[in-house]
Design a protein around this ligand. Structure first.
Ligand code: FVH
Length: 294
């Protein structure tokens, strides 16, 4: 954003850790900002930085055409906006939710005469601010996104992922779910060496490098899921991987470590192989993904 970009007023409802980081960035960028928070002390703390503190959600909503929500969950969004006139407002909901909650909230907002954009924040509060590395998935009203893009891009990058209001949440949760698996694997690795003469700080760079090298699986799996070709060019086939998984489980037993974090994935691979060893044995592990959809 350059210095000539107009700074249109923004209202922000919700000043938890993330809301406060957003507020501080908009204020530093020169946006007229009205804030409201259930616990008023958090709003008042921003007054000295130039925020206008509203006495109620209704007063805050009335103050700006663009209304941003950063609350705990969808139930708190419902509670805060209950009974407020939203006619003509542009609502941007940065509260984490499910795809279904995003779609339902979009229909709810549109029925009240508002345009709606759902957002999924990819970053922690310290990743909010110019160049801090965070970004937000947005989906819903393209017109709203285009009109308010400079304001939306002030605190974090902005990626529009479609007019289906559920798709920001779907992208957000897909990435967070992948992170769960990554953290689970890292946790298991550290548990394996606990009590041994191997310092976690010595394993750390090895783990980082290995996970980086295995990152090829992200793009490789995408190509295979598109082509449905799970066998061409496979270097580490499923039959071998299932056999090797016994070593992972026995090592955990030897080290006195629970297998609860890795066993579900190993079991999925075993089920894929067992379904048809002759044809699935030569696949990579991508084929196991097809077992997950219910
Ligand atoms: N912090 C993070 O690392 C993550 C990064 C990715 C995105 N998440 C999501 O962002 C939403 C807000 O997160 P947060 O970190 O600001 O959360 P808290 O610090 O816990 O603040 C919660 C705010 O919600 C208000 N609130 C809760 N319930 C109600 C309610 N029933 N009525 C009105 N307001 C409510 C709470 O108010 P108060 O406790 O200060 O009075 C805070 O303003 C969230 O969806 C994350 O998943 C953050």
């Amino acid at each position: 954003m350059n210095d000539n970009t107009p700074r249109n007023p923004i209202t922000l409802l919700g000043l938890g850790d993330m809301g406060t980081a957003l507020a501080r960035t908009w204020l530093a960028a020169g946006y007229p900002l009205t804030v409201w928070n259930r616990t008023s002390a958090k709003a008042e703390a921003l007054a000295s930085d130039g925020a206008a503190v509203a006495a109620s959600p209704a007063e805050a909503v009335a103050a700006s055409p663009l209304v941003v929500l950063c609350l705990l969950d969808d139930a708190s969004v419902e509670a805060v906006l209950d009974g407020i006139d939203l006619t003509g407002k542009d609502l941007v909901n940065l509260t984490t939710g499910t795809p279904s909650e995003g779609r339902t909230r979009a229909a709810w907002a549109e029925a009240r005469g508002a345009r709606f954009l759902d957002g999924g924040i990819m970053g922690t509060p310290s990743m909010i601010g110019p160049g801090a590395g965070g970004y937000v998935f947005y989906s819903g009203s393209r017109a709203l996104f285009d009109v308010h893009r400079p304001a939306l891009e002030a605190p974090a990058g902005a990626r529009f992922v479609g007019e289906d209001a559920g798709h920001a949440a779907l992208h957000d949760v897909a990435l967070l779910s992948a992170m769960c698996g990554l953290f689970a694997g890292i946790s298991h690795a550290y548990a394996l060496i606990e009590g041994e003469d191997i310092a976690p700080k010595d394993l750390a760079p090895l783990l980082s490098a290995w996970l980086g090298a295995m990152g090829f699986f992200v793009g490789n799996a995408a190509e295979r899921l598109t082509s449905r070709d799970f066998t061409s060019g496979v270097e580490s086939n499923l039959a071998m991987q299932v056999a090797a998984s016994g070593t992972l489980l026995r090592t955990a037993a030897e080290q006195g470590v629970s297998t609860e974090l890795i066993a579900p994935y190993l079991e999925l691979m075993r089920r894929r192989l067992e379904a048809d060893p002759a044809s699935h044995g030569g696949e990579d592990t991508t084929g196991a993904i097809t077992l997950l959809k219910r």
